[in-house]
Design a protein around this ligand. Structure first.
Ligand SMILES: [Zn+2]
Length: 425
């Protein structure tokens, strides 16, 4: 058994024509045609499949669609495999993106619309419609007799999720669907998750996705998995929806988790305060070199007369060329660092990042990484600046993350548990 990683799509692509020296693009670039996905840019795809959310495609909720109308139509007409130009070995999974409608009374999608969407996109797996429970309280499992501490709203959301799963499975069985259906279990405690899993198993699901675990710490996820494991049929496989804490993920295999999805390696590249660049055994901070043009905060201070435009531009340019020269070994680390800090004193006067910058510069982790990104752009991968660098760093992180996962899973598979435990159905 292996652990499959599905990368949750949000149209993270890069422009292969981007010129890092001139910071310019090919004038003939057409984003939808020419930009590439991680599995296209990297020599080896950094995941086993892609998870595509109906909410991201259709733009439900505040988040707005990442897809143009034309893209949305093309996805449904051609199917996901062709739309994403996926290699044969990669799989596709559809879900609803329940976090986008978490504040709504009921999910905005009907099971039939969702099943149609999955059929049109020709996904390999399709996840039932669910409603996230806005809370977790393990202590509710030890409730006093006659007293139910669980908020009615939590129970209502679990029931809705189960009803929708039942309806979804009925549709899948009666219709002409090729995808493998997954029912979603939502819960607020170890016990409530296992109750949901039991019910989904009774409906006939052999694949179950665990939702709402995004905010949970690793030990809480483990307790839920242990509880689920006490009722889980031996043929039932689990998928963890939207994992952010991925370090221990390979250890979840022994509880029947065979797949999960995450965006963390990508998001951390440009959303995290310090863990921006992954290596096999640690993370580094990326070096902030914001673009003066298009930076609202800097522009406002320039307009207010607080900063001089020419001076800021000069510091920005000097910083970039110092980093470039340091990358090719023509400048000592202290000089490069001075330029970085001189510019930082202007764009983030209160930041205290000198030691972390010195570390990433002295260690030069991009030199020893074999991924396509580091091999082709070198030091630019650790520069926090603009979407082309930031997303490429995300691609690099995906590649490192996938390697880590592979080596963890290998270590785990040395010890495998018996397939059927006594007392299991
Ligand atoms: Zn790399």
């Amino acid at each position: 058994m292996s652990m499959k990683f599905f990368f949750a799509d949000s149209q993270d692509t890069v422009d292969p024509s981007f010129d890092f020296e001139a910071e310019s693009r090919s004038e003939w670039r057409i984003r939808q045609r020419d930009d590439v996905y991680p599995h296209e840019l990297l020599a080896k795809p950094p995941y086993d499949g892609i998870l595509i959310s109906k909410a991201i495609v259709d733009g439900n909720g505040a988040d707005g669609s990442r897809y143009s109308l034309a893209q949305r139509q093309r996805l449904r007409r051609q199917g996901a495999r062709s739309f994403f130009r996926l290699p044969a070995l990669l799989e596709t999974m559809g879900d609803c993106g329940a976090f986008s409608y978490i504040r709504e009374e009921v999910p905005p999608f009907r099971p039939e619309d969702v099943a149609d969407f999955y059929v049109d996109c020709q996904f390999d797996y399709g996840i039932s419609v669910d409603h996230v429970i806005l809370g977790y309280q393990a202590s509710f499992d030890a409730g006093l007799p006659g007293l139910d501490p669980v908020p009615a709203e939590w129970r209502r959301r679990q029931e809705i999720t189960l009803e929708l799963a039942s309806e979804f499975l009925r549709l899948c069985r009666s219709g002409d669907v090729r995808f493998i259906p997954l029912g979603v279990a939502q819960g607020w405690s170890p016990r409530s998750y296992s109750v949901a899993v039991e019910k989904l198993q009774a409906m006939g699901y052999s694949r179950i996705a665990l939702g709402g675990m995004v905010p949970l710490k690793t030990h809480a996820i483990l307790r839920c998995l242990e509880s689920i494991d006490s009722v889980r049929c031996s043929n039932v496989q689990l998928h963890l929806l939207g994992v952010t804490r991925c370090a221990q993920i390979a250890h979840f295999q022994k509880y029947g988790v065979t797949s999960f999805d995450s965006t963390s390696p990508m998001r951390q590249a440009f959303k995290d305060g310090k863990d921006n660049y992954y290596t096999l055994n640690r993370t580094y901070l990326a070096i902030r070199v914001p673009q003066v043009e298009g930076n609202p905060a800097l522009q406002a201070r320039i307009r207010a007369g607080e900063l001089k435009q020419e001076q800021v531009l000069r510091l920005e340019r000097a910083c970039l060329s110092a980093l470039r020269e340091y990358g090719s070994g023509m400048l000592p680390v202290d000089t490069a660092l001075e330029h970085v800090l001189a510019y930082e004193r202007v764009h983030h006067p209160d930041a205290r990042r000198e030691e972390m910058y010195r570390e990433v510069l002295s260690d030069r982790p991009w030199d020893s990484c074999l991924c396509t990104v580091c091999r082709s752009i070198g030091i630019h991968v650790v520069i926090f600046r603009g979407t082309e660098r930031n997303k490429r760093r995300g691609f690099h992180n995906l590649s490192v993350f996938y390697q880590r996962l592979g080596s963890q899973a290998q270590r785990r598979s040395v010890k495998t548990r018996p397939v059927v435990a006594a007392g299991r159905r």
